[in-house]
Design a protein around this ligand. Structure first.
Ligand code: GLN
Ligand code: ZN
Length: 762
């Protein structure tokens, strides 16, 4: 029998119950017992959902109050010293202190570092390995949750972060530590957990080793083999599955296929190309888990295609050697489409969220087990969706396709090179050296948010909303003039989330009401959904920018979000390469750039904070990605005259790997986040000899702290020793929307004063 299985389910709850519970707990509104109960309720609902869908292997341990990697850290008892944990099972307050930092009960500690989980928008808490740490089982999570499900009549398959991935994702805090040593320390705890689960009645476990889709280190094959051989020996008769996802195995295929475990999971969405190679090498005694249903997107599965693949594999390996699964944990997808009552019905008919994906998995398994006829209705329905999508005029816009077919090389090039443009821009703008500007947004005050909410509810008329925003813009403009800033912004009060703001005005986008996915902890995002060819029916920002410019003689910066960021922070259509979609968005932004320029805006910023996170997992794929990403940015920005100045902005990035491509964007000026690292992030630009203008952030906007003038002068001095002073802009690290006016006002005042001090020295 082919089994229907799952690798992980979203944990946030259909109505974001987890967010409500954890945040209430943090505020002290509910106690630990209530929080634990909320977790239990969510788990129960989700397990029953999976059971009702007919799944044979349902995960446990995929639930977490914050993050599954942090849970693993706690299970291993690897709590950094600063949390003053005294042993025993890691308590909730220590757990949340590790996740978020803490300032109470005499403890004042920073959080553990957080970083993106592979190429997803989910952030995990990075394990910290300190000298003298000793792994020891310190959390009952896996056992408690297994038992909880067992009491509901469900024998789950517990999921753990695999030991190799766990070690590699962690950070060594002491040079004397090495991976082998840490691995040797934690493996006995893994063995203890697995044996204990087995004693409780577990028959299967899942060890996630997504590290197997990345470029590995010299000797990785032996490390994997040794580690898993030891594990196998100590846990002889539990069915162990190693799960890989997010890409194909490629040169790690051998490692994965020869591991002494019982089953291997492969991602056939992001790694669709690997199937034939895997089948060629796959050992006859192992089970292959096929990731056929996309765990990272919202589109309905092409059931006939998936069934074909499953059938082919089962013909080759045998019926009892195949499991059907999502491509990866479903935690990266929203939970239930049934709650989307406002979504257009045709678009909705093309989609599947978590619950619907469970049904798809069950259907594929049933189709292989009982034959095509057993799922004839479902196949017919799926075929209908496939052909509806393939032919829908709502997806396929002839005008967009024709524009795409007629792109000319000159559309990707500015008219002159930077040296010449620079002269034209300096003549047009007349800016001092060390010109000051900000990144775009100003504080999103309670009034702004209330006005937007009332407008969306229909309680505030469009006219009144617009005048409220205009009042805000005027205030922001006057404020910047008062501070004597050089290039002004309008403050973006009309934007809640920038990607949503532009998406709502573009053709080819739609929005869910409840399609939340966890980004980190209790922070969830609701990505827009790009379903079709993207175009811009009419100007999106021109009126706001023109109004703002009308208030002042100083240059007003037009503010746009770039095509790469628009792409990565959305659910993207899966019926054409992402590069195509990105270029379509670029054309829409290009239209906006054109209209802003025609309306007299002389400086235009196109934000690309997501460029770095889009990097593929394998180095071999980087060039391809960077080529189309750079092309998209250039397509969006290159139509303007020499005298129009194009800015871009990036944050949360290490630039070393991609500095070449950043230079190729050929923006006249770039602003980057550098203050927290004391300008360290600037190094890539220095080493590369970055030719265009650059604004290394001097104000850490992620902190309520107000930097002094002196501090900022020091940062600028540091920058001026390595860059040509005429290259340097003075600006904060990022937008100011999360800050309060009381902080922004003195901070920017100090910033302008710092710029003037620098000018005085030239
Ligand atoms: N212009 C945007 C802002 O200031 C940039 C946001 C970002 O970089 N994430 O808010
Ligand atoms: Zn930013």
């Amino acid at each position: 029998m082919v089994l229907a299985t799952n690798l992980g389910f979203p944990r946030i709850g259909v109505k974001r119950e987890l967010k409500k519970a954890t945040e209430s707990y943090w505020k002290g509104e509910i106690g630990a017992a209530e929080l634990l109960e909320a977790g239990q309720n969510i788990r129960k609902t989700h397990w029953m959902m999976q059971k009702d869908a007919g799944l044979d292997l349902i995960p446990s341990g995929d639930f977490s109050f914050y993050d599954q990697v942090l849970d693993m850290t706690c299970a291993l008892g690897l709590v950094p010293k600063r949390y003053q944990w005294t042993g025993g099972n890691v308590d909730l307050d220590t757990y949340f202190a590790m996740a978020r930092g803490a300032q109470k009960n005499g403890l004042d500690v920073t959080a553990m570092e957080m970083t993106k989980w592979f190429d997803t928008n989910y952030h995990y808490i990075v394990p910290e390995f300190e000298k003298g740490m000793k792994a020891k089982l310190s959390s009952m999570k896996f056992f408690d949750q297994f038992q909880e499900a067992l009491d509901l009549g469900i024998r789950t398959r517990p999921v753990l972060v695999g030991p190799v991935t766990y070690v590699v994702l962690g950070k060594k805090k002491d040079d004397s530590l090495d991976d082998a040593q840490i691995f040797a320390d934690i493996l006995p705890v893994y063995i203890e957990i697995l044996n204990r689960l087995k004693a409780m009645g577990a028959t299967h476990v899942q060890l996630d080793e997504p590290i197997l889709v990345r470029d590995l280190w010299e000797g990785a094959d032996q490390d994997f083999e040794r580690g898993y051989t030891e594990l196998r020996k100590a846990v002889p008769d539990l069915n162990i599955m190693v799960a890989t996802y997010f890409d194909s195995l490629r040169d790690n295929l051998d490692i994965a296929c020869t591991l002494p475990v019982d089953a291997l999971h492969i991602d056939l969405k992001r790694g669709a190309d690997q199937l034939d190679a895997v089948l060629k090498h796959f050992p006859a005694d192992k089970i292959l888990s096929l990731g056929l249903v996309d765990g990272r997107n919202v589109w309905k599965n092409n059931l006939r295609a998936a069934l074909g693949i499953a059938q082919k594999v089962s013909d080759k390996l045998g019926n009892d050697k195949v499991w059907i699964a999502p491509s990866c944990s479903m935690m990266h997808a929203p939970i239930d489409l049934d709650h989307e009552t406002k979504l257009d019905s045709q678009l909705r008919s093309w989609m599947a969220f978590g619950k619907q994906k469970l049904a798809e998995i069950a259907a594929i398994a049933k189709g292989v087990n009982e034959g095509e006829e057993a799922i004839a209705d479902l196949l017919a329905a799926s075929d209908a969706v496939v052909s509806d999508r393939a032919t829908s005029p709502r997806i396929h816009d002839a005008e967009v396709k024709s524009r795409m077919a007629h792109l000319k090389p000159e559309m990707f090039e500015r008219k002159s090179d930077f040296a010449e443009r620079r002269l034209a821009q300096h003549a047009a703008l007349g800016l001092p050296v060390f010109p000051t500007t900000s990144i775009g947004s100003f504080p999103q005050t309670a009034e702004i948010r209330t006005a937007r909410a009332s407008f969306k509810k229909g309680e505030l008329s469009a006219v009144d909303y617009e005048s409220a925003m205009k009042r805000e813009i005027e205030q922001v403009v006057r404020f910047q003039e008062k501070l004597d800033m050089d290039v002004l912004v309008h403050g973006e009060p009309e934007r809640n989330d920038m990607v949503e703001y532009f998406g709502e005005q573009l053709q080819g986008y739609c929005f869910s009401q409840n399609g939340w996915v966890q980004s980190y902890g209790s922070r969830y995002v609701k990505p827009p959904i790009i379903f079709g060819d993207v175009s811009r029916p009419k100007p999106m920002t021109v009126e706001w920018s023109v109004y703002a410019q009308s208030l002042t003689d100083r240059p007003m910066k037009g503010m746009l979000t770039g095509p790469i960021t628009m792409l990565f922070w959305s659910f993207v259509r899966d019926d054409q390469p992402r590069s195509e979609t990105c270029k379509q968005i670029a054309l829409a932004i290009r239209d906006e750039v054109h209209d802003l320029e025609a309306a007299g805006i002389k400086v235009i910023q196109i934000d690309e904070p997501a460029i770095r996170e889009g990097l593929p997992l394998r180095k071999a794929d980087w060039d391809d990605y960077l080529n189309w990403a750079v092309d998209a940015f250039r397509l969006s920005s290159s139509s303007v005259a020499d005298s129009t100045q194009i800015h871009t902005h990036m944050c949360y990035s290490e630039f070393n790997d991609i500095i070449n491509s950043i230079a190729e964007l050929d923006a006249d000026a770039i602003s980057i986040e550098t203050s927290r690292s004391q300008m360290e992030l600037l190094e890539a630009f220095i080493e590369y000899n970055y030719p265009n203008e650059i604004g290394p952030g001097v104000y850490d906007i992620h902190s309520p702290r107000i930097p002094t003038q002196d501090e900022m002068v020091k940062l600028l001095e540091k920058a001026a020793t390595v860059l040509d002073p005429s290259q340097i802009w003075v600006n904060p690290d990022c937008g100011l929307k999360t800050r309060r006016w009381e902080e922004v006002e003195p901070a920017l005042e100090h910033m302008v004063a710092a710029a003037k001090t620098m000018r005085g020295r030239i």
